[in-house]
Design a protein around this ligand. Structure first.
Ligand SMILES: *[C@@H]1O[C@H](CO)[C@@H](O)[C@H](O)[C@H]1NC(C)=O
Ligand SMILES: *[C@@H]1O[C@H](CO)[C@@H](O)[C@H](O)[C@H]1NC(C)=O
Ligand SMILES: *[C@@H]1O[C@H](CO)[C@@H](O)[C@H](O)[C@H]1NC(C)=O
Length: 301
């Protein structure tokens, strides 16, 4: 994605230095509720970023000059990653809030990435939520959903479950997307490299809303998205002993029950598939005359 490229060029050096200086072993991270500074760094535009007085809620703003973004200081491999977001309300056409995990601070040709992107809209028109999965620099695995609530009215949680068997995107407790592994070496399932978690707000009126037809109305800015309750229950990756291997851990997110959906989750997921999916690359045979390999894997297994 272009935005990542733009954002991170000047931070690559910082990331390299951070990677080089950390020397601990891998351990399961406790659920975290510290201050912003404990776990995050601002990627760019510090002055577009504010926190509530108690430090527990964060606000990212976008104006004609720039948006802004933050990232975790740590990287993780596998686990449960969750955050509550309240999106820009009113006329938010053109505005995109991205919330994603990525192996690097840039749009490098070999990155892995798991994306949630919230595509704003004109007042009263529905937000779309776009998800995507990249492996070794290749994405093109978009899905788009409408939501069953207005994501600008309240905080809702957006979470990713990631283990060797599946990646599940959740909205509140509802699985909206299931991305399966096939248990073999492949070119679609990101599982080797640890990822940071990022979020940012930016202008994407060249493509986001009705394919770029709806432009951002700058008179209404600044546009603000809000965040709270970040939690990670996952494996913190620390060099030079990057364990984070399934068989060495005893964590719920890496156990049999987390390798597939539960019966209740299956019902919710079936409901989502019937009612909320706007686009699925696996159904797009014009774009993919030969459907990608992972499209044949059943989400119900
Ligand atoms: C957040 O930062 C604290 C302090 O550095 C650390 O102990 C904790 O493991 C971090 N939490 C996560 C989820 O990385
Ligand atoms: C990842 O992609 C690069 C090209 O961008 C390729 O040279 C490399 O072999 C790929 N790695 C794997 C493990 O497939
Ligand atoms: C915005 O609203 C229009 C009209 O309801 C809809 O077609 C579109 O899918 C919505 N979302 C985006 C991101 O364009």
């Amino acid at each position: 994605m272009d935005h990542i490229l733009l954002l991170h060029l000047h931070l690559v050096i910082a990331a390299l230095m951070a990677a080089a200086s950390s020397f601990h072993s891998c351990e399961a991270a406790a659920v975290s509720k510290g201050s912003f500074e404990d776990n995050f760094s601002i990627m760019w535009s510090e002055n577009h970023f504010t926190t509530s007085q108690d430090g527990q809620t964060w606000f990212l703003s976008l104006d004609k000059e720039t948006g802004c973004g933050f990232q975790t200081k740590q990287r993780y491999r596998f686990g449960w990653f969750s955050m509550k977001l309240k999106l820009v309300g009113g006329d938010s056409a053109g505005v995109v809030t991205a919330y994603y995990m990525c192996t690097e601070n840039g749009a490098g040709p070999e990155r892995d990435e798991l994306d949630f992107e919230f595509l704003g809209n004109r007042t009263g028109e529905p937000y779309l939520i776009q998800t995507n999965v990249y492996k070794n620099g290749t994405g093109g695995r978009e899905m788009r959903h409408v939501l069953w609530f207005d994501p600008t009215q309240d905080y809702h949680s957006y979470s990713i479950l990631w283990n060797e068997h599946q990646i599940v995107f959740f909205v509140d407790k509802v699985p909206i997307r299931v991305f399966k592994n096939n248990g073999k070496a492949n070119n679609f399932f990101p599982n080797e490299k640890p990822m940071y978690l990022f979020s940012s707000i930016w202008n994407a009126d060249d493509w986001a809303t009705r394919g770029g037809l709806e432009k951002t109305n700058w008179k209404l800015g600044p546009f603000v998205s809000s965040y709270k309750d970040f939690s990670v229950d996952g494996c913190l990756w620390e060099d030079p002993f990057p364990a984070c291997v399934s068989t060495t851990t005893k964590n719920w997110w890496d156990q049999y029950d987390a390798w597939h959906l539960s019966d209740d989750q299956n019902k919710d997921y079936a409901w989502v598939k019937r009612n909320l999916v706007i686009y699925d690359y696996c159904d797009d045979s014009e774009r993919y005359p030969t459907l990608p390999e992972e499209c044949s894997l059943s989400p119900w297994d």
